[in-house]
Design a protein around this ligand. Sequence first.
Ligand code: TYM
Length: 341
Amino acid sequence: MHTILTGVRVNEEPTIGNFLGAYTPMINLSREHAEDSHTNFFVPDLHSFTTPIDHSKLYDQTIKGIKYYMAAGLDTNSPNVHIYRQSRVPAHSELCWILDCFTPYGEACRMTQFKEKGAEHPDAVTVGLFNYPVLMAADILLYDADYVPLGEDQFQHLELARNIAIRMNNKFDEKLFTLPAPEKEQVKFMHLENGIRIRSLTEPTKKMSKSAENEKSKILLCDEPKQAAKKIMSATTDSEGVIRFDMINQPGISNLLTIEALLTNRDIQDVIADWAGQTSYGDLKRKVADSVMYFLSDFQERLNQISDADVEAVLQKGEAYANEVANKKLRQVQKAVGLYK
Ligand code: TYM
């Protein structure tokens, strides 16, 4: 059995960038590999406060995050689907410390996201923010995950996890950790040409980010569908006057074509061909706005049908499984480093 694993932080409301970059590939893969793979979809709640948050909301947001996973279409009745909270599996934090001691400081310093987030929060650069990618490595390596569906922005962290695993396997035992597949193989496994990067609607050279202050730059999964459609209608485009897929010169238009393809589950090349040469940006925006409205209405309807009791049942099963698997791996590592015989 393979393991396909991913997590989405829920300290802020997830965006359609999170949905299209991580949820959709995860759910498609989980269906495609229902018989031959475990699907681990967890909420990295310990990762939620690497930058300052309102802690009185964290617990409820985590439960809501689990509801989002369920509403997105994971088959929670499958014996191979496991949903859990990172904080309920203490092995994650324990393994993180051990991995820390095999992570060169210089390598951790190179993480782009640390530099970017550090610049966004200059007064609150904590050791937790710095250590975030190592905890992420523990999340992955504890379960011998082969495939980790991620948006393009997280591939550098996956590479770090691979490097730590290679280093420890070389030192202790070749079979200590399963190496998650490298970026190219991951992308191929997700049936994509490149990693997914949904752009900001107002500044399309940047990624759509749930922490962005400008509400118009992002579509949240909880947005009222008509409001979300308005955001698409006011998305920044360009003055070229013709619809083309060109991320360099027409990032806004290319972003809309990407969103349309992913939301309607169509091949991006087919969507590009449909619109090639057309000149009305308004028509394209209306089509994408309709797709967004349809998607959000459908998603939110499913979300409203999930109760706290449903979440409780799913977590009970998922957290028992996760602790069993993670504790076994942790003990193997503790033995390798000499803490146990
Ligand atoms: P997070 O919560 O920032 O984002 C969750 C997932 O959404 C993807 N994503 C995007 N994809 C496409 N376009 C965008 N604009 C966009 N914005 C976000 C991210 O790439 C990610 O896949 N460190 C992770 C959470 C995590 C994790 C893990 C993931 C913790 N441990 C172990 C996998 C395995 C994070 O903060 O993602």
